[in-house]
Ligand binder design. Structure first.
Ligand code: AMP
Ligand code: ZN
Length: 114
């Protein structure tokens, strides 16, 4: 989608600090980090949110989740703990409507979230 910022990052049209890329998935640093480590993991193919996921997306969603774990390992936050978040819908805090998982670590987190 031409007007989607994460599609533009996935295609290389706009720059990002990319940590990982394969044919289906990309991971890059969030431009406005909310923790010492704040990485976003996206499917390259546009999907507005988890609410749009279909049975046919099983493989790519599995890969997105595995890449979250790899990024946590690479960023050194496995031992201290980390949080993986998919804000889904505006009232849940979603602001970019291309599915993404936040991988946050390097500080402690409250539960329940605000
Ligand atoms: P959400 O509010 O869950 O939709 O999260 C969107 C996230 O995308 C926010 O944490 C933003 O800081 C981040 N973001 C938006 N545009 C960019 C960009 N061009 N590069 C990196 N991160 C971005
Ligand atoms: Zn998109």
């Amino acid at each position: 989608m031409d007007d989607c910022v994460f599609c533009q990052i996935a295609s290389g049209a706009i720059p990002a600090k990319v940590l990982y890329e394969d044919d289906q998935v990309m991971a890059f640093h969030d431009m406005n980090p909310q923790a010492r480590v704040h990485v976003l993991v996206i499917p390259k193919r546009h999907m507005a949110s988890l609410a749009e996921a279909q049975d046919s997306d099983t493989a790519v969603l599995g890969q997105v989740m595995l890449v979250c774990a790899k990024m946590a390992q690479e960023c050194g936050i496995v031992e201290s703990g980390y949080r993986v978040v998919a804000n889904t819908g505006r009232s849940a805090g979603q602001s970019v409507f291309h599915l993404h998982l936040h991988v946050l670590g390097g500080r402690s987190f409250d539960w329940p979230p605000g």
